[in-house]
Design a protein around this ligand. Structure first.
Ligand SMILES: C[S@@+](CC[C@H](N)C(=O)[O-])C[C@H]1O[C@@H](n2cnc3c(N)ncnc32)[C@H](O)[C@@H]1O
Length: 273
């Protein structure tokens, strides 16, 4: 089956007209209309027949169709009821698609079976949920590869190194489990409607020994970063966190006057022990 007939801007607008749908900004509905980017996403994810792939927000089904064409088993979650119905109808004869209606923050891996191993994620993510969704993914059964289309600003935050202004809790959690294989700038003209900002296609590969932070440590790191301009000792004293104060005491690499954004991921990992 060939599902790739909807990549041109005119075909996309005609499908939207047919199903009576106007793109919803708050759901990040900027649909991919560039066949090269679709191909590149599949290439980076090294999609082959039989792969288990999670997709967030299939939208009009452009990536979904390409994944199914390659013989992948796709698990997808779409929040927009009209688009969910459109996808369900378009792919009704396709047993390799497991589609659910719902919020990807609640179902970060769609309906993927809990025991699934060696799965991948390929998604053109809705901007509003990209960080919270990724945090959820990083808390559980980790994918082998993630190929994510993101707004440039989110991609920079995800991949930031310490001592940069973008460095955030999500940079620490992601950097502790994945390496960046490639980050490819994507122009606004590859989407309909055109977003106001550039996007980045980010390919991530799991580390040999990925590190998953405990949820209480993640919560603490988030609290510390909410005061990122302050010095680490004074933050921990304010928070009255004995465990973290002990960590700092035993960490000759960190000065009490350092700011949280200067502390490298491997030092934060020691706070989790
Ligand atoms: C950037 S569009 C991508 C659409 C399609 N995959 C493509 O590449 O053309 C984001 C999609 O995510 C859906 N979406 C937005 N928020 C969502 C959420 N919380 N859970 C699941 N899907 C969501 C939108 O309705 C939209 O279909």
């Amino acid at each position: 089956m060939d599902f790739n007939g909807q990549l041109s801007p005119s075909k996309t607008t005609s499908i939207l007209r047919e199903i009576g749908h106007s793109p919803v900004k708050k759901l990040g509905q900027n649909f991919l209309i560039d066949a090269n980017i679709v191909r590149k996403s599949l290439e980076l994810a090294e999609i082959k027949k039989g792969d288990l792939v999670v997709e967030v927000g299939p939208g009009l089904g452009t990536l979904t169709g390409a994944l199914l064409n390659e013989g992948a088993n796709v698990y997808a979650v779409e929040l927009d009821k009209r688009l969910h119905a459109h996808i369900a109808e378009t792919f009704k004869d396709c047993p390799n698609l497991n589609l659910i209606w719902g919020d990807a923050v609640e179902h970060p891996l769609a309906a993927l079976p809990k025991e699934a191993k060696n799965y991948k994620i390929v998604a053109n993510l809705p901007y509003a949920i990209s960080t919270i969704w990724l945090e959820k993914v990083l808390s559980g059964n980790l994918p082998q590869k993630m190929t994510l289309m993101l707004q440039k600003e989110a991609a920079m935050r995800f991949t930031a190194k310490n001592s940069s202004s973008e460095y955030s809790p999500i940079s620490i959690f992601l950097n502790s489990a994945y390496k960046v294989k490639c980050a490819h700038k994507v122009s606004a003209s590859c989407f309909h409607p055109r977003p106001n900002v550039d996007s980045v296609l980010l390919a991530l590969e799991i580390l040999e020994t990925p590190f998953v932070f405990k949820s209480e440590t993640k919560e603490l790191i988030r609290k510390i970063f909410s005061r990122r301009r302050k010095q680490i000792f004074s933050i921990l004293k304010d928070l009255k966190d004995e465990r973290a104060l002990k960590w700092l005491e035993n960490m000759p690499e960190i000065k009490p006057s350092d700011r949280p954004e200067t502390i490298a991921p491997e030092l934060w990992r020691k706070l989790d022990k």
